[in-house]
Design a protein around this ligand. Structure first.
Ligand code: NAD
Ligand code: UDP
Length: 337
């Protein structure tokens, strides 16, 4: 089976390429490298000892998509390509709608033209909005607090409409919780551009001395220690979930939606403490005001993926902290030499 991985040079994409190659899939990666580097793909090949095919280009470019689908017999697509910075999406909503929503429409048009009707899509827990956790797939979606979240919600709805119009499509919508960690080799990991927005890359850049201190956004929430709770999941567990999802697609699943999370919530303080324990380092941090739009507690009900995909997350918070630090300490500048 030949899988087209859009956004395959990115954080989750590169880890998924490792798992795909390890399971014997052929991999074609399409990425414009706007938030990644080709070096990640060279490292994927180093980890697996296998080759993949790389096309540098944009999902907004119809002619380019046509060429990729003409030159390769694609059996299924895993669609990661997208912009993901929440704050940036508030400032530049049109760029987010164009890249994520229009990009997905163009990708699906190319798939339709070339008779490829199998897709796994990277959605997000953010589509659940303010619902009370544990968050199950049955809950209503769409009450998102920012344009990024709304692009995920709109794309889910577009994919549902595609299925209604033609039920030969097989579509899995994966709602990720908070991926952190890195491959155990330390060769691939998260390499954000500029100052990170997310907690774990921020912590690891404080630990490496690149940033002076962590600001903990709010310690007055209605949670046991006052800091926000999230469902952190090891990126390798998440990547393995994609193997199960693409297999489900190839069984002929129609349209399905699954959470990929651990079902366990950890507070910001839990993560700081776990990172210090796993690495033996002391983190410089202070409490700061709440960040606009943050919800006090977000965690999954992961039981549907367990039941229907035979998938559960295996790695602990300690594993996630150890592997993050292994990657960061071996690559203090990320993929930059
Ligand atoms: P990432 O930025 O590391 O990877 C995305 C990749 O897509 C990058 O390599 C980027 O260069 C590429 N890309 C973006 N726009 C493109 C375009 N128009 N054409 C071609 N390539 C393009 O991000 P990630 O963390 O690996 O996330 C992958 C997907 O998962 C994204 O869609 C993201 O929204 C979604 N997601 C991520 C998280 C998270 O916390 N990391 C959580 C939920 C959902
Ligand atoms: N957070 C923090 N300091 C930071 C980055 C994040 O205290 O520098 C907190 C944030 O307020 C949230 C949690 O860590 O409660 C996870 O944030 P992240 O952006 O990683 O994920 P999201 O909020 O999008 O689920």
């Amino acid at each position: 089976m030949n899988i087209l991985v859009t956004g395959g040079a990115g954080y989750i994409g590169s880890h998924t390429c490792v798992e795909l190659l390890g399971e014997g899939f052929e991999v074609v990666v399409l990425d414009n490298l706007c938030n990644s580097s080709e070096e990640s793909l060279e490292r994927v090949e180093k980890i697996t000892g296998k080759k993949l095919k790389f096309y540098k280009g944009d999902i907004l470019d119809t002619e380019f998509l046509d060429r990729v689908f003409t030159e390769n017999k694609i059996d299924g697509v895993i669609h990661f390509a997208g912009l993901k910075a929440v704050g940036e999406s508030v400032k530049l909503p049109l760029m987010y709608y164009q890249n994520n929503v229009e990009g997905t429409v163009k990708l699906c048009l190319a798939m339709q033209k070339h008779g490829v009707k199998n897709i796994v899509f990277s959605s997000s827990a953010t589509v659940y909005g303010k619902n009370e956790p544990p968050l199950s797939e049955k809950l209503p979606t769409g009450d998102c607090s920012n344009p990024y979240g709304r692009t995920k919600y709109f794309i889910e709805e577009i994919l549902k409409d595609i299925y209604v119009s033609d039920n030969e499509w097989n579509i899995v919508l994966l709602r990720y919780f908070n991926p952190i960690g890195a491959h155990e080799s330390g060769l691939i990991g998260e390499d954000p551009n500029g100052i990170p927005n997310n907690l774990m890359p921020y912590i690891s850049q404080v630990a490496i001395g690149k940033l002076p201190k962590l600001n903990i956004f709010g310690n007055d929430y209605d949670t046991p220690d006052g800091t926000c709770i999230r469902d952190y999941i090891h990126v390798v567990d998440l990547a393995k979930g994609h193997i199960k999802a693409i297999e489900k697609v190839f069984e002929g699943c129609g349209i399905k939606t699954y959470n990929l999370g651990t079902g366990k919530g950890y507070s910001v303080m839990d993560i700081v403490n776990a990172f210090e324990e796993s690495t033996g380092l002391k983190l410089n941090y202070e409490f700061a005001p709440r960040r606009a739009g943050d919800l006090p507690s977000v965690y999954s009900d992961p039981s549907l993926a367990e039941k229907e995909l035979d998938w559960t997350a295996k790695y602990s918070i300690a594993d996630m902290c150890r592997d993050t630090w292994n990657w960061q300490s071996k690559n203090p500048k990320g993929y930059k030499k």
